[in-house]
Design a protein around this ligand. Structure first.
Ligand SMILES: [Zn+2]
Length: 409
């Protein structure tokens, strides 16, 4: 049996950074890790191991070892192979430190200091062994910690036939970080009744609520004229776009919201006197409030139309993804079994709403309910990313326990 840490260190050294484009996968280098995982799954004796040569997904099955006649659901486990475009994932040079709470000089040159002052939440990690970067790249614990944990679970179950479990479907996805982790997934190959994404944070994390999300574009049409003779004639599209922003509830901005509070986020504002364009994202966990936000966005544009004349504003709103909660609630045993597994292992469940989306939310709306589980990683998408070694080991154990729980009559 290989330790989850050794797997993790092997996977993070492989550059799998994804990028924003229209290709699937977005970057060819993700195939390197995908190919390795497929080989490793075959070597450990997993069944139906498939590497999708076109779209870069890895699928495998761990067959049920229950006595004939005993039926259990088919449980899925997923993690994503790519890392965020935010910071380079090339030449990751992981190292292990025992975190004492003192500053950690990542590169040894004083440039990047991991400190409790900047990351106070890391106080809970004092005394743990952490994998950190050398400051030049991200680590890739998001989500190679999840990948390593699922692989470790698979090897544990394949080498311990005495642990009873039903059929398990495994899937490693590309391009989660650029929003298309499930775009080309094959639900015939990943034929789970429900599943878990292993793509969360601290040990105990269990998430089954996420935002409802839409992107919204405002286009404002002005009228340009020489500023010297502009009185009562010019209509400045930029100023009207700013006025539009001022009509939105000021407190409902990402800077002032947390927990279940939704927001309007102005991501980009471009233009000139003649035309201006503002790009927004709208988010809310609550479906009714989400719909109200979209309606209010349109109403603000209509108000400016009344004020400045018809045709001044155009809006275009597109839904991106939805909260998985309403589809998980009728299947709460999926969440309950994970909580029971945690409690049996002495892990305190930390249930919280995700302020974003997950591949699991997409899958839930494709018919495969998928809450999200912890990985033991943190500070993701940056140089200060880390993975806790004891937490990764515990998560690997947790996955085994969850598989076992679902096989109990
Ligand atoms: Zn992730």
């Amino acid at each position: 049996m290989e330790d989850v840490l050794d797997r993790f260190l092997r996977y993070v050294r492989i550059d799998t950074q994804s990028e924003e484009n229209d290709r699937h996968p977005s970057t060819g280098k993700q195939f390197v890790l995908a190919g390795l995982l497929a080989e490793e799954l075959k070597a450990m004796g997993a069944s139906e191991v498939t590497l999708d040569e076109e779209f870069c997904y890895v699928y495998a099955v761990i067959p049920s070892n229950l006595p004939a006649g005993r039926i259990a659901p088919c449980v899925g486990f997923l993690a994503h192979m790519d890392t965020s475009p935010a910071v380079s994932g090339a030449g990751v040079n992981p190292r292990i430190v025992r975190f004492t709470g003192e500053d950690v000089d990542l590169g040894g040159d004083g440039r990047y200091i991991l400190s409790l002052r900047d990351f106070p939440h890391m106080k809970s990690l004092v005394g743990e062994e952490l994998v950190v970067t050398d400051g030049t790249t991200l680590l890739g614990a998001d989500d190679k910690a999840g990948v390593a944990e699922i692989m470790t679970m698979a090897e544990t179950l394949l080498t311990h036939p005495e642990i009873p479990h039903g059929k398990l479907c495994l899937c490693f996805t590309p391009d989660e970080e650029v929003g298309s982790g499930t775009a080309k997934i094959d639900l015939h190959r990943f034929a789970a009744d429900f599943g878990y994404t292993v793509d969360g944070g601290p040990l105990g994390g269990l998430e089954y609520e996420n935002f409802n999300a839409a992107s919204a574009r405002l286009t404002v049409h002005g009228r340009s004229i020489h500023p010297g003779s502009a009185k009562n004639t010019m209509r400045n599209a930029l100023l009207m776009a700013m006025e539009f922003q001022s009509l939105l509830p000021a407190a409902q901005d990402p800077m002032y919201t947390e927990g279940y509070e939704g927001f309007y986020h102005l991501c980009a504002l471009n233009g000139d006197v003649e035309t201006a364009q503002a790009e927004y994202i709208l988010r809310d966990h609550d479906k009714a409030k989400f719909n109200e936000k979209k309606a209010f966005f349109r109403a603000c544009a209509e108000f400016l139309d009344r004020k400045y004349g018809p045709g001044t504003c155009e809006t275009e709103i597109r839904d991106s993804y939805y909260n998985m909660k309403e589809l998980i609630l009728p299947r709460m045993e999926i969440v309950d079994k994970a909580m029971e597994a945690m409690e049996e292992l002495g892990i305190k469940p930390l249930v919280s709403p995700i302020r974003g989306g997950t591949d699991g939310a997409m899958l839930t709306h494709m018919g495969v309910p998928c809450p999200n589980l912890c990985t033991g990683g943190g500070n993701c998408h940056g140089r200060f990313e880390y993975a806790s070694v004891p937490q990764m080991r515990k998560v690997a154990e947790l996955l085994v326990k969850i598989a076992e729980k679902h096989a109990q009559p």
